[in-house]
Ligand binder design. Structure first.
Ligand SMILES: [Zn+2]
Length: 447
């Protein structure tokens, strides 16, 4: 039986509006009232729920539709909190969920309340369309709504993974973290996040003689730090192609509108040494592509000195170093140390990120997403994607769950950039695509 899509569309809009009207700006989050609202929407439909309160006014909500258990569960994950707003710079009330000219406006419309609403609707549809009409599910479908994702997840996925890993048992999970991008010429690609970079911190410390600024010193720590950073600015980690980035560029090339970049993508994955190197050079000039081709180094904080007339005895810089899955941060640190040759300067790993394995880009779940997307848009390219940002999926991958990240709403870049910005909005047509994509993929994998 097929859902009555036009009534599902208006129900999805109403649900998203209701969800946006709960102000879950984090900090402080205050996700509990929203979790209670969703809990009653699920419970009213006869879906089993568990509400957990990790701390005051914070919540994790789990909903579960039971299958026969012949296969392990599939999870739908979204976070309930949102980042703050600069109210004065919004045209519409960020917590009203207004619909204007085919767009639904509100904080969280695309990150991540749009997906939260689509996940909720998917649960309701699976209950109504499948379970209530006697279709047997092979696996449980688990709905998970978390708190605190935008502040690192200590009271959200981090807390759940630590205290209730049993509730997160699943073979597959669908989360945020990818994108459905409409590019020049109107074609679209769906990037399914299957792995993410690991974020580490390296601190560069320069020592020198302290003294009065009236007597300049050659071993001034700030000059030393400057020279070390200058040397690092000329250093780049080598290009490493993983299974995911190889597939990403090969499939993206099929639809890429820019001829030079398209050729570079094909050259890169050709496996021919010189051509592959040339392709890598062209693509490395584009920051977002460069970031998936190699381990990345970004200085983010500098500190040193207190007063204009005192030479400090040390100065330091913090570098955020993001490694590709499977790359050793110790090896990266060794190469960075070798690239810096300034007396009195030391590089040290001050925070080691947790490594999580990649999710298989050829799995049944990946294929269910791809097949559903291609039914909805026969010209869409579905590519596995390595994200440079960090999501809750890393926790799940560490627990052995094959997690995939999508942003199920097709959008042009300028709309996608409103995420965390002003006048965040989702095009209604994209919201309708998103609910069809999630329901389609989950109903396929669940049976
Ligand atoms: Zn998010």
């Amino acid at each position: 039986m097929k859902p009555d899509w036009s009534s599902v569309e208006s129900e999805t809009v109403s649900q998203l509006q209701a969800i946006i009207r709960y102000d879950t700006t984090n900090p402080p989050g205050n996700e509990l009232p929203l979790a209670r609202y969703i809990e009653s929407a699920l419970a009213n439909a006869g879906i089993e729920t568990t509400l957990l309160e990790p701390s005051k006014n914070r919540a994790q909500l789990i909903g579960r539709i039971r299958g026969s258990g012949t296969k392990r569960p599939v999870m739908l994950l979204a976070h309930m909190d949102v980042v703050g707003v600069e109210r004065a710079r919004w045209t519409y009330d960020p917590f009203a969920g207004e619909v204007v000219d085919g767009y639904l406006y509100g904080r969280g419309a695309i990150d991540d309340k749009g997906m939260l609403a689509a996940n909720l609707m998917t649960m309701l549809l699976i209950k109504r369309m499948l379970v209530d009409s006697g279709v047997a599910l092979a696996r449980d479908v688990v709905f998970v709504a978390t708190s605190d994702e935008e502040a690192g997840g200590e009271w959200g996925m981090g807390w759940l993974a630590k205290h209730h890993p049993d509730l997160l048992d699943a073979e597959y999970a669908l989360n945020e973290g990818g994108r459905t991008r409409i590019i020049e010429g109107g074609r679209a690609y769906l990037a399914v996040q299957s792995a993410e970079k690991v974020s580490h911190v390296v601190t560069v410390t320069a020592q020198g003689s302290a003294g009065h600024a009236a007597i300049p010193l050659k071993d001034n720590a700030i000059y030393r730090l400057g020279r070390a950073l200058e040397q690092l600015s000329r250093y780049a980690e080598p290009v490493v192609l993983t299974e995911i980035t190889r597939k990403f560029f090969a499939r993206l090339a099929e639809i890429w509108p820019n001829a030079i970049e398209k050729k570079a993508m094909l050259d890169l994955v050709s496996g021919k040494g010189a051509a592959s190197d040339n392709g890598a050079t062209v693509l490395s000039a584009i920051p977002v592509f460069n970031a998936v081709l190699r381990n990345g180094i970004s200085p983010t904080v500098v500190s040193g000195g207190k007063q204009f007339n005192v030479i400090p005895d040390s100065a330091a810089a913090i570098l955020n170093v993001r490694t590709l899955p499977g790359q050793s941060i110790d090896d990266v640190l060794g190469r960075m140390q070798a690239a810096v040759n300034v007396p009195g300067v030391a590089l040290e790993l001050t925070h080691r990120g947790d490594e999580a394995p990649a999710s298989d880009p050829t799995s049944e779940m990946f294929n269910a997403i791809a097949e559903t997307a291609q039914e909805l848009d026969p010209k869409i390219a579905v590519v596995p994607y390595l994200s440079t940002g960090v999501t809750d999926s890393a926790h799940l991958r560490k627990l052995g769950v094959k997690a995939y990240g999508i942003l199920p709403f097709p959008m042009v870049q300028s709309d996608e950039e409103r995420m965390h910005g002003n006048d965040e909005r989702v095009p209604l047509s994209s919201l309708y695509f998103g609910i069809r994509l999630i329901y389609g993929a989950i109903s396929r994998i669940a049976q």
